[in-house]
Design a protein around this ligand. Structure first.
Ligand SMILES: *Cc1c(COP(=O)(O)O)cnc(C)c1O
Length: 428
């Protein structure tokens, strides 16, 4: 190939040449734990990281490696490491950067599970998180201190579908000499390529649109390869000698692949949050049609959001693709192909009406997932956010009257008909 390949070509071909052993055209599922060494010297060289190859599937597996190459190509990164879930990817992204006493700054607009991971669980490692409204760049600058090691945001955020001005946030991260990590789950590289806008690392829950059919839990960390890990002395895991590898320095030895090699050789080796080859296979299949699916998700979401906004039984709709959204200008500028397909709306009649609506919907499945070919609905206040007080629910965009929709790929007329009949029952 002489010209740079387009998105849809990469989605089908990147990382997936015909199998050298058999000619199998589709990526085989290498359902194996271990790989035979050629001889003792080969084994020793692999274990010393002097030669790249397969040892044991906790670290590397050919099916998973094909997926890693494909996602790195789609995101425009230098390398990628797949792992067992989106939440695993977040820990894998932070692990090389962090240590006891260090902090990150995260957006206030995040997936609820990430809020819990960052506000509670990471404290057990001695890490902490400050939550800041990233639309306020002065507040972001003011929150960064000597112990801050990363800024974390979602490109399009769960559950409201609000959008982050990634170039602006990346500018602040760059001035401070710290990496920006973008969770690109809701946008996918089809709608947003954070690395081109200045992000250092991209993480995904592959569970969602990337696989696209609700069959897999998986995650990935993509490294841009552009961050200078040795410049400030703030990232010793990457710049200083690693005792577990005879004093090898990852950045000096592997250059723009330092973060990726560290993710495999230390991260997967010692944390063990490994993706399995079956899961990688399903995700590879899903990504082949990403460029067909995402425009349809967006088109359907726009139509459903516009229909809901006009309906007198609905009090408000959060979709950033609507002209009425405070995020519409940012969405048009930073996400010109669309603002994704996840948003919330408020039903008139409060908690009881919202619960009746969820029960009355037939095409929409009531599940705690998103990014499926099927349209999905959840009422956060009675499920994911039920442990919170009403004030906390409202702050999280999950008040009692709020319903979250993940718009799928069915005929949009059928989605609207289903919402129409359910709104009638819910508000009767
Ligand atoms: C689902 C989700 C996650 C967590 O991913 P899992 O694969 O469920 O671990 C993280 N971020 C966002 C935006 C998500 O939607």
């Amino acid at each position: 190939m002489t010209q740079p390949q387009g998105f849809d070509t990469l989605a089908i071909h990147a990382g997936a040449a015909a199998d050298p052993a058999t000619g199998a055209r589709q990526v085989p599922i290498y359902q194996t734990t271990a790989y035979a060494f050629r001889d003792a010297d080969h084994a020793a060289r692999l274990f010393n990281l002097q030669e790249v190859g397969y040892i044991y599937s906790r670290l590397t597996n050919p099916t998973v490696a094909a997926l890693q190459s494909r996602i790195a190509a789609l995101e425009g990164g230098a390398g990628a490491v797949c792992c067992s879930s989106g939440h695993a990817a977040q820990i894998m992204a932070l692990f090389p950067l962090m240590g006891p006493g260090l902090n990150i700054i995260a957006s206030t607009r995040l997936y609820g599970g990430t809020v819990t991971q960052f506000s509670q669980t990471i404290k057990r490692f001695g890490w902490s998180c400050k939550f800041v409204d990233l639309d306020d760049l002065d507040a972001l600058r003011a929150a960064i201190d000597d112990n801050t090691r990363a800024i974390f945001c979602e490109s399009i955020s769960n559950p409201g579908g609000y959008v982050t001005d990634i170039p602006a946030v990346a500018g602040v991260a760059n001035d401070a000499g710290i990496p920006l990590i973008v969770d690109n789950t809701l946008a996918t590289p089809y709608l947003c390529r954070p690395i081109e806008m200045g992000a250092t690392l991209v993480v995904h829950s592959l569970t969602k649109y990337m696989t696209g059919n609700g069959t897999v839990t998986g995650g990935v960390v993509v490294d841009s390869g552009t961050f200078d890990w040795s410049a400030s002395g703030k990232f010793p895991s990457l710049s200083e000698p690693e005792p577990a590898y005879h004093g090898l320095k990852f950045h000096e030895t592997f250059g723009n692949l330092a973060f990726t090699f560290h993710g495999i050789a230390i991260g997967l080796r010692d944390l063990g949050m490994t993706m399995n080859p079956q899961g990688a296979h399903y995700t590879l299949m899903g990504i082949e049609t990403l460029g067909l699916r995402m425009p349809r998700h967006v088109e359907n979401a726009q139509k459903v959001a516009e229909w809901l906004e006009k309906d007198p039984r609905v009090a408000a709709v959060t979709y950033a693709g609507l002209a009425s959204s405070p995020w519409n200008a940012t969405a048009r500028r930073v996400y010109p192909k669309g603002a994704g397909a996840l948003f919330t709306f408020e039903i008139k009649g409060g908690y009881d009406a919202a619960v009746r609506l969820v029960d009355a919907l037939q095409l929409f499945s009531h599940v705690a997932n998103l990014g499926d070919a099927r349209s999905l609905v959840i009422h956060s206040a009675s499920t994911t956010h039920r442990q919170l007080t009403e004030a906390q629910q409202r702050a999280a965009g999950a008040g009692p009257e709020v319903v979250r929709l993940s718009i799928g790929l069915e005929d949009v007329a059928d989605m609207i008909a289903d919402l129409d009949q359910a709104l009638t029952k819910a508000t009767a």
